[in-house]
Design a protein around this ligand. Structure first.
Ligand SMILES: [Zn+2]
Length: 417
């Protein structure tokens, strides 16, 4: 079921020396710091108050423009700010206080930063302001949240949504960087999660977003070393990219193959599982674990505070479209090849080939697979996932699978024919 989320941008008045207060709205607050100016640093976050009224304060190294909006189901307050360095203790954001259940922060698309607050109940943003450093106090921004009822919350954000849609800035150009005369197939590597979205967590605090980025960078190296493929990555740093954006990235560049890289964690009650699994897209999950995983991975946008109402609701059409194309067959062929090649390099899950409704695999014209490298929640898997040796070996096997897929079938070898 599609989450109904409605959003609104409220540009906060924070004019300095007559600078237009609409500056943040024009670029969605996502523009990197002007050249020569280093990013502002968030040094402390404090929450005070109770279940009726809660104040959220962020200390900053200098004053910045911020944009705040709210989303429903689940209730969230989203604050967009220019690229900001968060120098905060680990585990900041997990403690509930007042109306705030938890919060996250990190880089988001196009070089801006974002803070997402999960609230316990519908809230109203009563006040929000940014203050300059003064009298020994650092610059800071303050949000005052007040409890409200659902009807008022929905009314507020619906009204605000209308004006936000009118002023919504255009999406940055999807036009792919054309490489003249380079006819080599383009492989898009998609490291899962990033920035504000950590993904799964290992027992020692290891984060899926870091594990999969390290793997993806190694995979790029191995593929480029073969010399036969061009490689592009949906992200090559610790930043969040929305699921639809990842799909668009591959489609707009006419990718020949899309490989999303993840590392799962199993809830304790589900016992122990180990090894790598390769997923393809299907409307109906191949088993309950695949269904659970797709649901978890599809939550990335909710975690990062993406306005899902802005996403076209055409999943059903895409599935129909997909059925009419060869993409599905090619995805399956590639998935099987990956399993074959991984056998020698890595431990595989007891059912290594599965399918489920992953949003990131929805490109109707780009063969796509999602590789779960292993389980962050399983000790032995985690040891491998964080080992440079294992990474090199497994990335090499995956690069070989890519090559086998594109190489015309010879005497029983797998591959696209
Ligand atoms: Zn993941």
């Amino acid at each position: 079921m599609k989450t109904r989320a409605i959003a609104i941008a409220i540009t906060l008045a924070c004019t300095t020396l007559g600078a237009p207060s609409g500056a943040a709205a024009e670029n969605g607050g996502r523009e990197a710091a002007p050249s020569g100016e280093s990013p502002s640093v968030a040094t402390d976050i404090r929450i005070g108050g109770d279940d009726k009224q809660t104040r959220f304060v962020v200390d900053l190294s200098r004053k910045i423009d911020i944009t705040a909006f709210m989303l429903a189901d689940p209730y969230r307050v989203v604050v967009d700010l220019p690229r900001t360095t968060f120098k905060l203790p680990a585990n900041t954001g997990v403690q509930a206080r007042g109306l705030v259940k938890a919060f996250r922060y990190g880089l988001i698309m196009q070089g801006g930063s974002r803070i997402v607050l999960d609230t316990k109940a519908p809230v109203r943003l009563e006040k929000s302001f940014v203050i300059d450093a003064a009298e020994g106090q650092p610059a800071r921004f303050v949000l005052d949240l007040v409890a409200t009822d659902r009807a008022s919350f929905m009314r507020n954000i619906t009204l605000a949504n209308r004006s936000a849609q009118q002023s919504a800035s255009a999406r940055p150009s999807d036009a792919p960087p054309k490489v003249e005369g380079d006819a080599r197939p383009l492989i898009v590597i998609d490291p899962g999660h990033g920035g504000i979205d950590n993904g799964a967590k290992g027992t020692g605090g290891e984060l899926e977003k870091d594990v999969v980025l390290a793997f993806a960078l190694t995979l790029r190296e191995k593929l480029e070393a073969q010399g036969k493929y061009r490689v592009a990555m949906t992200r090559s740093e610790d930043e969040f990219i929305a699921l639809g954006e990842r799909v668009r990235f591959a489609r707009s560049r006419n990718a020949a193959l899309f490989v999303s890289v993840h590392a799962d964690a199993l809830p304790k009650r589900e016992g122990l599982a180990e090894g790598a699994t390769v997923y393809t897209l299907s409307e109906n999950a191949s088993d309950a674990e695949a269904a659970r995983l797709a649901e978890t991975e599809n939550k990335a946008d909710v975690i990062a505070g993406v306005d899902l109402t802005a996403e076209p609701d055409d999943v059903a059409n895409i599935l129909v479209d997909l059925a009419q194309r060869e993409t599905k067959t090619f995805s399956m062929q590639f998935a099987r090849t990956v399993v074959e090649e991984l056998k020698s390099a890595a431990r595989l899950h007891k059912h290594p080939l599965k399918s489920a409704g992953f949003k990131v695999l929805l490109a109707p014209d780009v063969p796509s697979v999602l590789v779960e490298l292993g389980y962050m929640s399983t000790k032995d898997d985690l040891k491998q996932l964080t080992s440079a040796n294992w990474r090199a070996r497994t990335a090499q096997a995956l690069a070989q699978a890519v090559d086998a897929y594109f190489t015309p079938r010879v005497a029983g070898a797998g591959g696209r024919n």
